[in-house]
Design a protein around this ligand. Structure first.
Ligand code: ADP
Ligand code: ASP
Ligand code: MG
Length: 420
């Protein structure tokens, strides 16, 4: 039997009626002749509640127990989905990560897949089970502890199963009917894309478009999984939603395909650091050791800043990281200073910034995208604090209060509302 992977996110399984609705979609695919692997998320809001319970119990918590707690939301949905399918006459059973087993690294809270052996599920399919309902987001380490994959990780579970079981397709059912030119919650002008390349989706996801977890797109690209995003609330068929696929499959595309945003960023500046070889390593080494995900970096080059008081050239270093890592970053810098590894006069933190990015493979062959972006932002009086670019994206850090306006402005500036 051909295998199909169907993943249902939190809003798609938010209550018993929605689980029943999702089960109907699964049943339809079984009737079409598929053996189906269903990956489920926890009911909407459940994981947040579990995370809060952990934080309210323990400040610097044991990550293994965090995983034990937060993985539990998916167990409930998997069992309920299997029960609902059985009620509908579909032979189904649930699987928790350790039962499959979904082997992962022991990096609790952000574990990565090591292997997903097929034997157990295959033998159940051979016995006549039509559906395996697998709890998303979780796995088991070689120490036999429960692990989780990071927020939004059920997408990645789905793609990993699609790769491991040579699934015909991996369908991600969610609360929007596809991938849009930007988050449809920010502008009603956002337009659904029929197709998007792996590379662009990877950039959009890593720059904040949370419709797919970044790692899921990485895996899909590596294993050539046909990945589709579609609505669990609409009637759907083979042509619904957005297909994430190879660039070659997309006939026409714009220079810019989408705008992404990441709301909760922070900007940290170290003032008057020494301008000497090795200073960047002395700063970013301790940050990496502390597990801070440094994103954008700017170092001021100021030859004239020779400063007698510091007996040498000095400069400033600015970097950005997620807001919730500011404490980690500050502690790492203070410790490095106390240990005499770096010197700085002042450490300034700005926690009211957001990142807005434009993404498009067309940028490889078109000049002037950055100029157009900056001009559009300046016309709205939006000040750019930090800029970073890569081959197919340009990101800017701006004050958070302008985030929505910036997304809308750039969506207009690159005429994303209309198709090619
Ligand atoms: P699920 O619970 O199904 O995993 P998520 O909330 O993780 O769903 O992801 C779906 C949400 O992603 C949408 O409701 C939408 O607000 C948001 N989103 C952000 N950027 C985009 C985009 N470019 N296209 C579609 N949705 C997007
Ligand atoms: N329930 C987990 C979360 O909310 C995983 C997921 O839904 O993908 O992050
Ligand atoms: Mg999600």
């Amino acid at each position: 039997m051909p295998i199909l992977v169907m993943k249902f996110g939190g809003t798609s399984v938010a209550d018993l009626d929605r689980i029943a609705n999702a089960a109907e979609k699964v049943k339809r695919e079984v009737e079409r002749g598929y053996d189906v692997i269903v990956i489920v998320s926890a009911m909407a809001g459940k994981t947040n509640e579990l995370v809060k319970w952990v934080n309210d119990t323990s400040g610097f918590y044991d990550a293994r127990e965090y995983d034990a707690v937060v993985s539990s939301g998916e167990n409930v949905t998997a069992g309920l989905m299997a029960l609902r399918l059985q009620e509908m006459g579909v032979p189904a059973r649930s699987w928790q990560g350790w039962q499959v087993p979904i082997n992962t690294t022991s990096a609790h809270g952000s574990a990565r897949f090591v292997s997903i052996p097929r034997e157990n599920l295959d033998s159940k399919f051979a016995e006549g089970f039509k559906v395996a309902v697998v709890a998303g987001f979780q796995g088991v380490s070689h120490e036999h502890r429960i692990t989780t994959l990071g927020r939004g990780g059920s997408d990645t579970t789905a793609v990993a199963f699609a790769a491991a079981f040579d699934a015909e397709r991996c369908d991600i059912y969610t609360d929007v009917d596809g991938v849009y030119t930007t988050d449809p919650r920010i502008t009603s002008k956002a337009r659904k894309l029929d197709k998007i390349s792996y590379e662009e989706m990877l950039e959009l996801a890593s720059l904040g478009a949370k419709v797919l977890q970044t790692r899921s797109v990485e895996l899909a690209m590596r294993y050539k999984v046909r990945l589709r995003v579609l609505s669990s609330f609409d009637e759907t068929d083979e042509t619904s939603g957005t297909l994430v696929c190879d660039e070659e499959e997309i006939m026409e595309s714009k220079v810019v395909s989408g705008v992404a945003h990441s709301r909760d960023e922070a900007k940290i500046t170290l003032f008057t650091i020494e301008d000497r070889p090795g200073i960047a390593a002395a700063i970013f080494g301790p940050l990496a050791d502390a597990g801070v995900n440094v994103d954008m970096i700017v170092q001021n080059i100021s030859e004239k800043d020779y400063d007698a008081a510091h007996s040498g050239a000095v400069t400033d270093m600015t970097f950005s990281c997620p807001v919730d890592q500011v404490k980690l970053a500050t502690r790492a810098m203070e410790e490095a200073k106390a240990a005499g590894k770096i010197k700085y006069d002042e450490l300034i933190i700005d926690t009211d910034v957001s990142k807005v990015s434009v993404v498009g493979i067309g940028m490889r062959s078109h000049a002037g995208v950055a100029a157009r972006m900056f001009k559009a932002l300046s016309a709205e009086n939006i000040n750019i604090k930090v800029i970073s670019t890569s081959e197919i994206k340009i990101s800017v850090l701006i004050d958070r209060k302008y985030m929505e306006l910036a997304v809308q402005t750039l969506h207009d500036a690159f005429a994303l509302e209309s198709a090619v």
